[in-house]
Unconditional design. Structure first.
Length: 430
């Protein structure tokens, strides 16, 4: 069973991801305000400039001094703030903002937004913001009974219909001692969702299947054959596809990487396991991206017990058999019907003659797109460069960049190809 990662992205994954963004961070009243200081810190670490606005109730839980120190900006708490030359803080604060993020968003604040009420600075600036270019993100936080109340649920439906985006909430332990829905997302989860929010939703409604990492083929119970693939490129593509709005299934060989947020991951060890799971999953996906460095061969009969040196100098010999070619097998699925194939993208990790080898691979595997990269220049690294070669003879280079940047470019490229093909690529069954 794949396990979907609902946990935060690691802090390092946010580095620089909000550079150039200006965010109004609003706090309404709730005990989750204590997490907002950490959230502010993470937004700033990710490169954003952050303007904090607090409601009167929020000031009961955390002081503006804390938020001022962490944001390095004056905090606004009142629509009557005399520091604004035109006395219009409620207008000025959102005009250069890329988003208003309210965390925590209390039941009362959401109710006010639904009614268009504007009796304090936070609700007033939400009403006065230019909705076309300043989106509103809400991280609800409240007791589970308040969350479940029909009035709150009605308000949530309406606030979303009015254009707001909800981030969370989680279920779990609550400050009141009860357990249930209404916990505000953790700061790193909110950071991940904010970063994802700004990515174009080029794959909205699509299902993407990705294989990643190496495989491990046992020789005996303690030894095996594997390779130097770190899985980083495949995991970056999984994150990018998820950020682009896709439902993502990741089938990973043995790697020590965190699952990208919102991605459903299954772990496998051998090529045979990866083959079985991929073939079962492929027909319900729209796109298959094979980034895994699958072992070409495996020992035919792994020894039951550890092979021992016997002092004679004799080297053990073992027979090898070829592994199934997963990508080629998926590409051979029929174009239509219940077992139909997704749009297939292969990777080619070469040590030389990248173009020629990638073209050969395109032919051999009968896939519409191969992404070439030079193995020694990518294995284990955080950056890479890619050469896209398609079945129509097209070539397109994505110059050296960090793997997440390349993954987002690749995802955009694939989405563009599907769109240009007029959605002629087979649709996944539901
Ligand atoms: O066959 P080769 O390793 O040269 O091609 C690489 C591409 O094929 C990659 O996309 C890889 O994930 C995929 N592949 C596969 N199953 C194999 C070997 C490679 O899916 N057994």
């Amino acid at each position: 069973m794949p396990v979907t990662n609902d946990s935060p992205l690691p802090r390092a994954a946010g580095a620089g991801q909000l550079s150039g963004r200006h965010i109004v961070l609003g706090l309404s009243g709730g005990i989750a305000c204590y997490k907002s200081a950490e959230l502010l810190r993470e937004l700033v670490r990710a490169g954003a400039t952050v303007q904090v606005v607090m409601s009167e109730a929020a000031e009961q839980f955390i002081t503006p001094v804390t938020m001022q120190a962490l944001s390095n900006r004056n905090v606004y708490t009142s629509q009557w703030d005399a520091r604004e030359p035109n006395a219009m803080a409620h207008i000025n604060l959102t005009r250069d903002a890329d988003a208003v993020l309210i965390a925590p968003a209390s039941a009362d604040l959401i109710a006010k937004l639904v009614q268009g009420r504007a009796d304090d600075l936070l609700s007033l600036l939400c009403l006065a913001r230019p909705v076309e270019r300043c989106p509103l993100l809400l991280a609800p936080a409240m007791n589970r009974e308040m969350w479940a109340h029909p009035a709150t649920q009605r308000n949530l439906t309406q606030v979303v219909a009015d254009g707001a985006t909800l981030l969370g909430p989680n279920a779990g332990d609550q400050a009141c001692g009860e357990v249930g829905d209404g916990r505000m997302l953790e700061p790193l989860e909110l950071l991940a969702d904010t970063i994802a929010f700004f990515q174009p939703k080029a794959l909205a409604g699509k299902r993407v299947l990705i294989t990643a990492g190496p495989t491990y083929e046992p020789i005996d119970p303690v030894r095996g054959i594997t390779n130097r693939s770190s899985g980083k490129m495949g995991f970056a593509i999984a994150r990018a596809a998820r950020e682009a709005g896709a439902e993502v299934t990741l089938i990973a060989g043995p790697v020590a990487l965190d699952t990208p947020r919102g991605v459903a991951r299954s772990n496998v060890t051998t090529a045979a396991e990866m083959y079985q799971l991929t073939m079962a999953e492929a027909p319900r996906h729209d796109i298959f991206i094979a980034t895994a460095a699958v072992a070409d061969w495996r020992p035919a009969k792994p020894a039951e017990h550890k092979l021992k040196k016997d002092g004679s100098g004799q080297v053990p010999g073992f027979e090898m058999v070829e592994n199934p070619d997963i990508l080629a097998a998926v590409a051979k699925l029929p174009a239509d019907g219940p077992q139909r194939r997704p749009y297939c993208v292969g990777f080619a990790a070469e040590s030389r003659d990248l173009l020629r080898h990638a073209q050969e691979k395109l032919q051999r595997k009968q896939v519409p797109l191969i992404v070439g990269n030079l193995g020694p220049e990518t294995f284990g690294r955080d950056d890479n460069s890619l050469l896209l070669i398609d079945a129509d003879g097209g070539q397109h280079e994505l110059p050296r960049a960090d793997k997440l940047t390349l993954a987002r470019q690749l995802v955009a490229d694939i989405a563009g190809r599907l769109a240009r093909a007029g959605e002629t690529a087979p649709q996944a069954k539901t």
